[in-house]
Write a protein that binds this ligand. Structure first.
Ligand code: NAP
Length: 283
């Protein structure tokens, strides 16, 4: 089996590390616009070989793991290049624009739209890790638009790396993901900004920052190159979530201004149920 990964960074790299263990007979080819990433991926053993985009004609499986803006233009070109029996899937964090970009492509049935809900704040092939997807959810959109045989092949590979499959339409995906992922990133970036602006001497922040700050601001280390196009593509949904979030922040501030500590206590107590919700997800 020839597996090609276009965009050999955190997500594509982590996926092929698992596929290499699961399918030892497979050859993994890396395609990337970043020469350094290609060399690094080879050196780290994330890929077996590097290849140009044109080589996709030989692919059995193509993983498209580039930023979502690049995906819109690259995905139709990839579908132009692949054979009739090739399965192509993306891993992009938005789904409506990506599904729309290939909606009328003659090889639409070779494509399956996926979003593995797994990741870290790091990027590039050196960030790729084995087992990243174990026990995580993979959101699949418009599955009915993919040829049944190729659907089966992709789903078998997703399940082999330990992923649970969840089906969703692209609009619902983009709406829900704005809350649980996109808003979390903005909130972390803006928390980081607020502290950096106030504490000009970074050493002071470092000395006083506890694990609470570190874990809350972790996502602020994420790549702007990856996140700017995500916010652009999901702008409407992200603005809606931001308005709700800003309202909650304003209301909390108002309770403090009014010295209403009973309300502050009960506000936090009611949000404590997040513990049970998250524990339930791990079961
Ligand atoms: P990443 O580590 O930055 O890897 C992306 C790779 O694609 C980089 O090597 C990048 O090179 C390369 N690239 C950019 N433009 C290209 C082009 N035109 N042709 C070929 N390669 C190109 O990013 P990632 O975190 O793996 O994210 C990849 C995809 O996964 C994104 O669509 C993202 O939305 C999705 N995703 C990310 C996460 C997460 O937590 N990070 C989780 C789930 C899904 P340069 O660095 O030089 O641009």
């Amino acid at each position: 089996m020839n597996i090609y990964v276009v965009g050999i960074g955190l997500i594509g790299g982590s996926m092929v590390l698992d596929f290499k263990t699961l399918y030892p007979e497979a050859t993994v080819y890396g395609v990337d616009s970043n020469e350094n990433h290609l060399n690094e991926a080879l050196m780290l053993g994330v890929v077996d070989k590097t290849a140009p985009l044109e080589a996709l004609a030989n692919a059995d499986v193509v993983i498209v793991s580039v930023p979502v803006d690049v995906c819109l233009t690259l995905l139709p070109k990839i579908l132009d290049l692949v054979g009739e029996q090739t399965i192509v899937f993306d891993v992009g964090s938005t789904k409506s624009p990506i599904c729309e970009a290939v909606a009328n492509h003659p090889k639409r049935r070779n494509f399956i739209a996926a979003h593995p809900i797994a990741g870290t704040e790091f990027s590039g092939p050196s960030a790729a890790i084995k087992g990243l997807f174990e026990g995580k959810t993979n959101i699949i959109c418009e599955v009915e638009k993919t040829t049944f045989k190729l659907q089966e092949k992709a789903l078998e590979m997703f399940k082999a790396i330990g992923m649970r499959i969840r089906y969703m339409d692209p609009k619902s995906h983009d709406k829900h993901i704005a809350y649980v992922s996109h808003l979390s990133h903005i909130s972390s970036f803006m928390l980081g900004k607020t502290v950096i602006e106030k504490e000009k001497h970074e050493q002071d922040i470092f000395d006083m920052a506890g694990s609470g700050f570190e874990s809350t601001v972790r996502l602020a280390k994420s790549s702007p190159a990856m996140w700017t196009p995500i916010f652009k593509q999901n702008k409407v949904q992200v603005i809606e979530t931001l308005e709700e979030y800003i309202l909650n922040l304003t209301q909390f501030k108002e309770l403090l201004v009014q010295d209403d500590y009973e309300a502050i206590f009960s506000e936090m107590q009611s949000v404590n149920k997040i513990k049970e919700i998250l524990n339930g997800l791990k079961k």
